[in-house]
Design a protein around this ligand. Structure first.
Ligand code: PRP
Length: 210
């Protein structure tokens, strides 16, 4: 069977995205059962879902292992995968921000040290400002860096602001607003255009209800 393969980010955002797909008519009852399985099919509808690590969804889609997928705008900006961005789903809304200790005073004559998981986004942001920076690439728990003097600032995702607050940090600038996007593999978009456009249309109606 020639399934339409859909990559979803494992976790809260993926569950929300699946909820929208279900409402749009693409339910897959097996996915709703608690299990450690990662791949689910609905033969009648011809759809196959799989849970991928959020930062890997775009890779599956770019390489055609998934026809479509749901990923954050942060991933698209950071890794610029060669995919089509079809729809803003208006879920997973957050901001990419610069944050520092509340008492941090920026000395613009010095190179700024920036800890982040998003090196490319940070480089582009500071290059547009004409500011010299030294990137310190990290993979998580970025908020520790300014507290223990690993960096002056961080560039990271802020959703509720709780993580910053609990670590005595504050936002100094917003880099860009982020939300989840529906993306498609370029050749799938050509060869499975009808199915993909249908999903897009139905999801777009769901997105308006968000
Ligand atoms: C993200 C981000 C912040 C946190 C922000 O981390 O990197 O740490 O969420 O959310 P808040 O503003 O609602 O507190 P994530 O949970 O992805 O884990 P990570 O630190 O391992 O990247």
């Amino acid at each position: 069977m020639n399934y339409l393969n859909i990559a979803l980010p494992k976790g809260r955002l993926g569950e929300k995205a699946y909820g929208m797909l279900k409402q749009a008519g693409y339910a897959c009852p097996a996915i709703e059962q608690d299990s450690r399985k990662l791949i689910f099919e609905n033969e009648a509808l011809g759809v196959r879902y799989f849970w991928a690590k959020p930062s890997d969804v775009a890779t599956y889609v770019e390489r055609g292992a998934a026809d479509i997928g749901v990923t954050g705008k942060d991933i698209l900006l950071e890794y610029t995968p060669d995919v089509y961005e079809l729809l803003d789903l208006n879920i997973g809304k957050c901001r990419m921000c610069v944050a520092a200790k509340a008492d941090f005073r920026d000395d613009k004559t010095r190179t700024l040290t920036v800890a982040t998981k998003f090196s490319n986004i940070a480089k582009e942001y500071y290059s547009a400002l004409g500011r010299d920076i030294d990137i310190i690439p990290l993979h998580g728990s970025i908020e520790i860096a300014p507290v223990i003097q690993l960096s002056d600032v961080i560039v990271d995702i802020v959703e509720t602001g709780t993580t910053l607050k609990e670590n005595n940090l504050a936002v100094t600038d917003t880099v860009v607003n982020i939300s989840a996007r529906l993306i498609a593999n370029k050749s799938s978009f050509k060869f499975k255009s009808e199915e993909i456009e249908n999903i897009c249309k139905k999801l777009s109606a769901e997105e308006e209800k968000q």
